[in-house]
Design a protein around this ligand. Structure first.
Ligand SMILES: Cc1ncc(COP(=O)(O)O)c(C=O)c1O
Length: 347
């Protein structure tokens, strides 16, 4: 969900951006008005996440899946191997795409646990001479989140933070590159953000499509082609909202509190269960199952109670509560009280 104040602003700006008579959807990416939005959004993003100057921030068209292909094209350089942590559905998709361009070595896999764990450090294997090591910070489908930044030594660390970015502070300097699709905590679909250390911008393959070439996009202010201007504008509003909430430090506290409440209830219940190992449970996506065959009743009654989008991802089934930044604590409390009531009624 988007924060309600952001939706209100969009509502006013769609017919006429700041009273100009021009819709926020009609702003030309080369015009002064959009340039102002773009530069402010870039500066706010850098400030909120304390991104050092030697990292470039790119605002690119397309989702994280497009970056699965752009990453090897840009970062493999003269090397042949990429290292991947395999911790869930999105890791698997990133691995499949990278295999088209490089040899993939698995650092560690939690497949044997049904993707409910993160393998401990002593089981990791970083291949010699690997171009970079990739991990999915939060597995949106499986509900598994790294509670730490993996230490991969001097190998550039790359992270898919599609469902993590802006939900907590991060030490950007630990990374070579961070990327995320926007439609979770950053706004709406159509935009992805790439935060890339400048020294990694010199290794793109010659046949990398121009719009996917990070060095070209960095040099041209993310405007090598027409960027998704409306999604970029919405991100700007989301960043203003987040700053007003107290930034990533404050939002992390709220996210921890929301997640804790929901997991505490699920663990105390006989009807609902979450299979993920406690220390790696996601703060953003809480998958759960019913121990009795009442899932379709639960889903239809939850919709009637105004609790939406609780159906788990089609690949795994079950239920999933996504509790991104804009979900207020009251929304989680409403879900818990609905679940309690459902359990007490015997489904
Ligand atoms: C962690 C993660 N990576 C990648 C993706 C793919 O994003 P997109 O569908 O925008 O390409 C998603 C989408 O939900 C995701 O959650």
């Amino acid at each position: 969900m988007l924060p309600p104040p952001v939706l209100e602003r969009i509502g006013a700006d769609v017919p006429s951006w700041r009273g100009t008579g021009v819709s926020a959807m009609e702003l030309s990416h080369r015009g002064a008005a959009f340039r102002e939005i773009a530069e402010k959004t870039q500066a706010d993003f850098r400030a909120l996440l304390r991104i050092p100057d030697h990292y470039r921030i790119l605002f690119l068209a397309g989702g994280a899946t497009l970056q699965f292909a752009a990453l090897p094209l840009n970062l493999l350089g003269a090397k042949r191997t990429i290292s991947f942590f395999d911790t869930g559905a999105w890791s698997k998709k990133a691995i499949m795409e990278a295999r088209k361009y490089a040899a993939v070595e698995i650092v560690a896999s939690s497949a044997s646990s049904g993707y409910t764990t993160i393998p401990p450090r002593e089981h990791w294997r970083i291949a010699a001479n690997t171009a970079y090591a990739h991990y999915t910070a939060n597995e949106t489908i499986d509900g598994v989140e790294f509670p730490f930044i993996p230490d991969v030594g001097s190998v550039p660390l790359v992270s898919d933070m599609s469902s993590t970015l802006l939900s907590r502070p991060i030490d950007v300097e630990r990374f070579g590159l961070i990327y995320a699709g926007a439609q979770k905590n950053l706004g709406i679909a159509g935009l992805s953000i790439v935060i890339v250390r400048e020294d990694l911008l010199d290794r793109a393959r010659a046949d990398t499509p121009t719009v996917l070439n990070y060095a070209v996009q960095a040099q041209q202010g993310s405007m090598a082609n027409t960027p998704p201007t409306f999604a970029w504008y919405v991100l700007g509003l989301v960043l203003e909202w987040l700053r007003d909430q107290g930034g990533v430090v404050e939002i992390e506290k709220r996210n921890m509190s929301k997640a804790l409440k929901l997991y505490e209830f699920i663990d105390s219940s006989d009807l609902f269960a979450n299979a993920v190992e406690k220390s790696v449970r996601s703060r953003m996506n809480v998958p759960f199952r019913l121990t009795e065959p009442l899932e379709s009743d639960f889903l239809s009654e939850s919709v009637a109670a105004g609790l939406l989008n609780l159906k788990g991802h089609r690949s795994v089934g079950g239920m999933r509560a996504s509790i991104y930044n804009a979900m207020p604590e009251a929304g989680v409390e409403a879900l818990i009280s609905f679940m309690k009531d459902f359990e007490q009624r015997g489904g």
